[in-house]
Design a protein around this ligand. Structure first.
Ligand SMILES: Cc1cc2nc3c(=O)[nH]c(=O)nc-3n(C[C@H](O)[C@H](O)[C@H](O)COP(=O)(O)OP(=O)(O)OC[C@H]3O[C@@H](n4cnc5c(N)ncnc54)[C@H](O)[C@@H]3O)c2cc1C
Length: 592
């Protein structure tokens, strides 16, 4: 592992790595498995039995169960040991995020507390702030919330009106304003509040205690899903916030907010994997019990198709999640040598992988929506009954496309951040794209030869990357800086980048698995169907992009190149999906 090749964020577009160089979930060690088991045991023992009561919006009950998870140490996983936590690796943090993801509303409350409610202080707090708040937050003695959104400032987070002015004696910031959609608002003791000091153009961040006079918490919102999670407005009426509670420097709040969002969305990527595993298990268990026309519904091809499609998307998503997580761990290690501070090194490393964080968020949240929707369908009428977990899961899933930056914003970020990093010199995107574009005729004669299995797959994926480069070059040439206003085209490029990164991670995982498992036939089925489907998505997105560009004289060569580069060998998708479903049906639980 010493000479492991590590890619910078977005560099996957122009570079290949070896399967040996990525981390795969099959490599979790015993300690990680033990931590995952205790988290899972907690859900079984403490959350599922009260889930219906939590759903009634019982703030006190949610508070109690959160505190219990704190007493058991689950809230300290991401907190360095010197502040009373367990200082676990980023991979382990993501594993805990994954397992807790199966906990419905509890998961949202838990993640908001452990992540966006606690970690801003771990990452940006000074020693005094850290020692005052973090040990108690890590133990669940205090519960946290993160307050960025306002009625007039959602996706445009920097446009908030909440204001802070220094008091005449210089001891306090006087805070006035309103936040909305705040998770854990109903019981949080501490809040990370973003506000502008005086007439500043950018935000600053503050640690506000809910008990400070002038903090008023509104009633909970009536939501479509995650009904057990407290979500409310918070009002600040001349709240005196001690100057020592300014988090980071004046004007640093927007940077803090963005970095914390990178962290929130990457952890959401893990969260949805856990939710999807539970949902698939619920689907197959039902399909293995329910009989129609005298046979189990799991014997029907249409149901097998659904079960297998759920598995393929989930397995692919999970592959990308842990690949990035280990890259982040490696970068934390390097950055820590320079800055000596685990908190700062962690948030720098997460922020570095901003492209992949947005990819995980978009792919994962849409994967879970697909899985949850098909789970309801597998259950037929029962899927529509509030008695069933899949009904709750269906409603709960929907929020993931909205918070931690909507998927529209995250799609834009995928492309924009990769381009910015390339312009900064992190990797050569534009030079390679131009070269490729100038050799379009040559490309259209190139085809992947079906030699060795994994070489063939990586050949397809590298062709998908070429399609992306061609589209990027054509779009940048046409619109130059104005490309930022062509969101439809940026979305096409984002979709290709998202699908390609996930397929790339999946192919590398299965290639690595080949050296760990005797029989990987079913995993090859997963990869075969994924690549076959991805080729179609790449072709469609690329066509949408280039036809929208009105390329005139180049159009024919570009279209021909896309056609060639998205050509993949035909797959008997029916049989492949049946084999995947058959394994799931036999195991009667998601166990891939
Ligand atoms: C249950 C729940 C819990 C939440 N928890 C928290 C929390 O704990 N803390 C917190 O601070 N916030 C929280 N939020 C707020 C959440 O982050 C925002 O709702 C989200 O960022 C979107 O903002 P908005 O609702 O104002 O939508 P808007 O920004 O008004 O967006 C409306 C639509 O326009 C699209 N859009 C907006 N701008 C653009 C653009 N530039 N280009 C293309 N499309 C665009 C959006 O994608 C969306 O489809 C929560 C929200 C919910 C519903």
């Amino acid at each position: 592992m010493e000479n492991k090749k590590v890619l910078k964020s977005g560099e996957f577009l122009v570079e290949e790595i070896n399967a040996a160089d990525i981390f795969i979930p099959e490599e979790f060690d015993e300690e990680q498995k033990m931590i995952a088991q205790s988290c899972s045991d907690f859900l079984e023992a403490e959350v599922y039995p009260i889930i219906t009561d939590l759903e009634k919006g019982n703030r006190e009950l949610m508070k109690q169960v959160l505190k219990k998870s704190g007493e058991l140490g689950l809230m300290g996983i991401s907190v360095p040991e010197e502040f009373g936590g367990f200082g676990q690796s980023f991979v382990t943090q993501m594993l805990v995020a994954e397992i807790s993801g199966a906990g419905f509303s509890f998961s949202v409350a838990f993640m908001a507390h452990c992540g966006i409610g606690t970690l801003p202080i771990v990452y940006y707090g000074n020693e005094e702030q850290r020692s005052r708040y973090i040990p108690k937050l890590a133990a669940g003695e205090l519960l946290g919330a993160y307050c960025l959104t306002e009625p007039g400032a959602g996706s445009d987070a920097n446009s908030g009106k909440t204001n802070a002015t220094l008091s005449a004696d210089g001891k306090y910031y006087i805070l006035n304003g309103q936040k909305m959609w705040i998770t854990n608002a109903g019981f949080a003791d501490t809040q990370i509040v973003f506000a502008k000091i005086d007439n500043d153009r950018v935000l600053s961040a503050f640690i506000v205690e809910s008990a400070f006079p002038g903090v008023v918490i509104g009633p909970d919102e009536h939501k479509m899903g995650i009904k057990g999670s407290s979500t409310a407005q918070i009002y600040y009426n001349d709240v005196k916030v001690p100057v020592e509670n300014l988090l980071g420097k004046r004007g640093e709040g927007f940077r803090i907010a963005l970095s914390i969002l990178h962290m929130g969305r990457i952890k959401l990527g893990a969260n949805v994997v856990g939710a999807a595993k539970k949902t698939i298990t619920d689907s197959v268990k039902y399909a293995n019990e329910r009989k129609q026309f005298g046979v189990l519904i799991s014997s029907f091809g249409a149901i097998k198709h659904k079960l297998a499609s759920q598995v393929i998307k989930l397995f692919a998503s999970e592959s990308a999640v842990y690949r990035v997580s280990k890259d982040i761990d490696d970068l934390i290690g390097k950055l820590k040598i320079d800055c000596g501070d685990t908190g700062r090194a962690t948030i720098e490393a997460i922020s570095h992988y901003a492209v992949e964080a947005a990819i995980l968020k978009v792919y994962g949240s849409e994967m879970l929506d697909f899985v949850a929707d098909e789970a309801v369908q597998v259950h037929g009428g029962m899927g529509y009954s509030t008695e069933m977990d899949v009904e709750r899961g269906y409603r709960d899933s929907r929020i993931n496309r909205i918070f931690e930056g909507t998927n529209e914003i995250n799609r834009l970020l995928v492309v924009d951040t990769a381009m910015k990093r390339a312009r900064k010199g992190d990797f050569d995107l534009f030079g390679k794209a131009e070269k490729l574009y100038n050799e379009l005729d040559k490309i259209s004669r190139e085809e992947v030869k079906g030699e060795e299995y994994f070489k063939e797959k990586s050949g397809y994926i590298s062709n998908f990357k070429k399609v992306i480069l061609i589209c990027i070059h054509a779009a940048v040439r046409k619109f130059e800086k104005g490309l930022i206003h062509e969101q439809e085209i940026l979305n096409n490029i984002a979709d290709m980048m998202i699908e390609t990164y996930v397929s790339d991670s999946l192919a590398l995982r299965i290639e690595k698995l080949n050296s760990l498992k005797d029989d990987i036939a079913v995993y090859k089925d997963i990869l075969d169907v994924n690549i076959y489907d991805t080729a179609e998505i790449i072709r469609k997105s690329a066509y949408d992009a280039v036809f929208s560009l009105d390329l005139n004289e180049d159009a024919c060569a570009v279209v021909k190149a896309i056609e060639t580069l998205t050509k993949v060998k035909g797959v008997n998708v029916k049989s492949a999906r049946r084999r995947i479903a058959d394994k799931l049906i036999e195991d009667n639980i998601y166990k891939f």
